[in-house]
Design a binder for this molecule. Structure first.
Ligand SMILES: [Zn+2]
Length: 208
């Protein structure tokens, strides 16, 4: 078992393309791409650990022209990526697998604002230990946003590399009560420390 208080002890396979990183949307190279459609994503099964709730699910989307299958969703609080100097209090990670076996993670920062009803369903799953029915996940993903894209790693041991990251520049919101409830369920901070970009290119994917 790993813990976030002793990250220097984590077993690490490789080292130069790690996540999370600080991202700067102003210096990222802009590229047009078709906006992904997350309408089919469903959460079907939940599993609560010390650090987060993981919601396994189904659904397909297309990320950067490549078909991908949604696998699971989990959360980090505080957020892991720093976007234009800002660390969000909550960050959702939608883990995907490409047809060739490679992994992609769609990351969405959440800040305090209006309540998100779908996040309310997630909190209910934490409280009850189960999903009463498949949760439509699209409301946890922004419709109008640019995405920052880079090659990185998983952010929990063994932090394997070769992961395609898509980080939303536009945060969504949860209410102050929802965030407080989440942090009451998961009081231990589970964000990995920032890693060096080591000159990796960062693209800003703008919707056509
Ligand atoms: Zn994660």
């Amino acid at each position: 078992m790993f813990d976030y208080q002793h990250q220097s002890d984590w077993q690490i396979i490789s080292g130069q393309e790690q996540s999370p990183v600080a991202l700067d949307s102003k210096t990222a190279q802009s590229v047009k791409w078709p906006a992904p459609d997350f309408a089919t994503l469903r959460g079907t099964d939940s599993d609560r650990s010390t650090y987060t709730i993981t919601i396994a699910g189904t659904g397909n989307d297309v990320l950067d022209g490549r078909p991908a299958t949604f696998q699971q969703l989990h959360f980090h609080s505080q957020g892991e990526h720093v976007i234009d100097g800002v660390r969000a209090p909550l960050e959702a990670h939608f883990v995907h697998q490409y047809a060739d076996g490679g992994l992609a993670v769609v990351a969405v920062p959440f800040v305090v604002g209006a309540a998100n009803p779908t996040f309310g369903e997630v909190l209910t799953a934490v409280a009850t230990g189960e999903l009463a029915y498949p949760i439509k996940l699209a409301a946890l993903l922004p419709k109008q946003t640019d995405w920052l894209h880079y090659r990185g790693s998983l952010t929990t041991p063994p932090v394997q590399e070769g992961v395609a990251w898509y980080v939303a520049t536009q945060p969504l919101t949860v209410s102050v009560q929802q965030l407080a409830m989440y942090q009451e369920y998961f009081p231990a901070d589970n964000h990995r420390a920032l890693q060096d970009l080591n000159g990796r290119p960062v693209l800003k994917l703008e919707s056509k």
